[in-house]
Design a protein around this ligand. Structure first.
Ligand SMILES: [Fe+2]
Ligand SMILES: [Fe+2]
Length: 410
């Protein structure tokens, strides 16, 4: 197969990206196109606004929309999640052009084994503007060893695509092909600046609305750059351990915890990390969870549903390297609460139950209370959970009994 690879931040993905892929496919140079969301882009180290899993799953949602609308042969690949540190294009290509990797990836996409096994030719899809700077990229020869550049050209381009292509052929000995782009002119940075999301595909707009992305909250006001970086890293670290829904939930809790911390006088850096990591152990096998839980607090937690909380503290500590005891405690007690909870612990407990993607009950009254009164919002949450437990005739954990007592609930 002739495979086009299109790397980008997709922060957010917009109709310009779609047009590029659509026209690249129409050009006849490639048989399929693969979006590869960047995990840590060398060009945009400080400007990327969302952790990689959001951008990856948002792009996937758009892919499903494209397929439903008849644009088949487009895929999304998570190849960059395995790269430690900055993801340079040549590294992405090294991974993706590995025959074993690509065969497995294509089979997962539903392509027949014989076709998936290749042989394959690779094309790196790019806009005209990026072609103009290609010779300054990191290890351009290594990129060209793996792939032919497939560059868009359109009337009014600031870069002379043909001249840039000739220069690359001459100086680096690589292959460059061009195709005509008829797409819309838009840029993610402009969309974010203007707040006009009309050029963002519907599936992505829905995704953005569900998780309340690109809002005041996700700008992480009050959070240090170190904590923001750590948050982004935690998202990539958790990616292999959690499915889409749980991973996005736990990251949403990170964002909301940081916002609540600013509002109620806790440390937003700690809240961001504790919230983000709170469910990190939830999809580990139950024996590992049990062992980790015992490590953190002996036999305090034995019920299956509760194990992931103390186990999460240990996994965050030993797996991710988080050493802060307040953060680990907030993770440990996020399900049950406990007596004498710190503000940080209350925040993570609350954020877990009301982050924007949660829909298990009418949360509006609690969300409203959380605008002004942390204790009241926590009390309302604890009461709702107690009522559910009573209905199910489930015993209340002693730590929860202590929390309820502190909150004035019998
Ligand atoms: Fe949990
Ligand atoms: Fe949770």
């Amino acid at each position: 197969m002739r495979i086009g690879i299109y790397g980008g931040s997709f922060d957010p993905i917009h109709n310009g990206h779609i047009a590029l892929v659509r026209d690249a496919l129409a050009s006849g140079f490639i048989d399929c196109a693969i979006f590869v969301p960047t995990v840590k882009n060398s060009f945009k180290l400080d400007t990327m606004t969302l952790p990689a899993p959001y951008r990856y799953y948002m792009t996937k949602s758009v892919r499903d929309e494209l397929v439903a609308k008849g644009l088949k042969d487009v895929y999304v690949c998570d190849a960059e999640f395995g790269i430690k540190g900055i993801s340079y294009t040549y590294m992405t290509l090294e991974i993706m052009t590995d025959p074993e990797f690509m065969t497995e990836f294509l089979i997962e996409q539903g392509i027949k084994k014989k076709k998936a096994e290749g042989p394959h030719e690779y094309y790196w899809i790019m806009g005209s503007d990026t072609l103009g700077t290609f010779e300054n990229w990191f290890k351009p020869e290594a990129i060209l060893r793996h792939a032919t550049l497939l560059a868009a050209e359109r009337p009014g381009d600031k870069v002379d695509v043909y001249k840039a292509a000739d220069s690359i052929r001459e100086n680096l000995g690589g292959e460059v092909e061009t195709f005509r782009l008829n797409g819309v002119d838009c840029a993610s940075s402009e969309i974010l600046k203007s707040g006009d999301f009309s050029q963002v595909p519907e599936a992505a707009r829905e995704f953005i609305a569900t998780h309340e992305l690109y809002t005041e909250r996700t700008r992480l006001k009050g959070v240090s750059n170190e904590a923001k970086t750590k948050f982004f890293e935690s998202a990539v670290w958790m990616y292999p351990y959690l499915g889409e829904k749980r991973l996005l939930h736990t990251l949403n809790v990170g964002y909301l915890s940081a916002e609540l911390a600013v509002r109620f006088g806790a440390d937003p850096d700690k809240a961001l990390i504790a919230g983000a990591l709170h469910d990190c152990a939830k999809e580990l096998d139950i024996d590992s969870q049990r062992e980790m839980a015992a490590d953190y607090c002996g036999d305090l937690f034995t019920e299956k549903k509760l194990l992931h909380s103390p186990a999460g503290a240990v996994f965050a500590r030993d797996g991710f390297g988080e050493k802060d005891r307040e953060i680990l405690d907030a993770i440990c007690y996020h399900t049950t609460g406990r007596g004498n909870m710190s503000t940080l612990e209350k925040i993570v407990y609350l954020a877990d139950k009301i982050e924007p993607a949660r829909t298990y009950m009418d949360l509006e009254p609690i969300r409203k209370a959380a605008q002004t009164d942390l204790d009241e919002a926590t009390r309302m949450t604890a009461l709702a959970i107690k009522a559910k437990f009573d209905r199910q005739e489930r015993p209340t954990h002693p730590s929860t009994v202590d929390m309820l007592r502190d909150l004035g609930i019998k």
